[in-house]
Design a protein around this ligand. Structure first.
Ligand code: HEM
Length: 237
């Protein structure tokens, strides 16, 4: 174990988790008015719709896969009768599909942001850093799932990356488990540490404000403003 390994897999990991937690508390207390998606829907909505739906549906599926593959120990899935082969077939097919959906959504959103001057003008440096990290996560995740597992000899991350990750939360990270992983997995995890550290300072905070009340509240009515607006709206209704 060398110093770089300790730096990447222990120091960076705990620094990122700490910044994630403390950063969120700080942002919540000091940045209520900036706790938003900074939506650009009013500037352009038709190209936004497809991209935003595909990106979030793909992301939710990817996150479900991560909970199953990383948070749930392999011994547990085996205990309930899921064989290695069954797990592999489901993980690779669902992982590829969900990663692709997320990637197409991400590509649509980035193309819209780049080609629409009004949307591009709202893009900040923190946005750019977030998008670069998301792209690295997507590409390395897809490489691991598709190239390593389908076209390569396969790699059982449930014996290595997953227990390393869980070990961080029991304060016993086993660095030896991750240092031998293929480069794509290692780059994926380093990018995740950087993304988590950036999260509280970015528009990603909107993830914790799921607008569930939208489903039950009464619709918002938009009316034209200015002299005669009320009379005009009556004649149109
Ligand atoms: C430290 C946290 C994370 C760990 C340990 C991790 C680990 C992994 C592993 C092991 C795979 C490969 C699965 C395989 O070989 O079949 C994977 C795939 C993937 N990851 Fe992550 N990941 C993390 C965070 C994230 C985040 C935050 C995102 C996106 C926002 C993400 C996006 C993806 C995508 C798109 C794939 C490919 C599709 C899939 O297999 O679901 N990951 N991740």
């Amino acid at each position: 174990m060398n110093r770089i390994d300790v730096l990447l897999w222990v120091v960076l990991a705990y620094a990122s988790i700490t910044v994630f937690v403390v950063g969120h508390v700080w942002r919540y207390r000091n940045g209520q008015l900036t706790w938003t998606t900074r939506s650009t829907q009013l500037l352009e909505s038709s190209r936004l719709r497809a991209g935003v739906i595909l990106f979030h549906v793909g992301l939710l599926m990817v996150l479900g896969g991560h909970v199953l593959g990383i948070a749930v120990p392999k011994a547990l899935t085996e205990a309930v009768g899921v064989t290695d082969h069954m797990y592999h077939v489901v993980a690779v097919s669902a992982g590829t599909l969900s990663g692709l959906i997320m990637l197409v959504g991400f590509a649509l959103l980035m193309a819209r942001r780049d080609t629409n001057p009004r949307v591009r003008a709202t893009t900040t440096n923190i946005d750019r850093a977030t998008y670069v990290l998301l792209l690295v996560m997507l590409l390395t995740g897809m490489y691991a799932t598709v190239v390593v597992n389908i076209f390569g000899g396969g790699y059982d991350y449930r014996e290595t990356v997953a227990p390393y990750f869980r070990g961080l939360f029991t304060l016993q990270p086993d660095i030896g488990l991750i240092t031998g992983a293929p480069w794509a997995y290692k780059l994926h995890v380093v990018a995740a540490w950087l993304l988590y550290a950036l999260w509280p300072f970015s528009r990603l905070v909107h993830a914790w404000s799921i607008p569930a009340s939208y489903l039950t509240r009464s619709p918002i009515l938009y009316r034209a403003a200015g002299p005669g607006a009320v009379a005009r709206s009556r004649t149109h209704s």
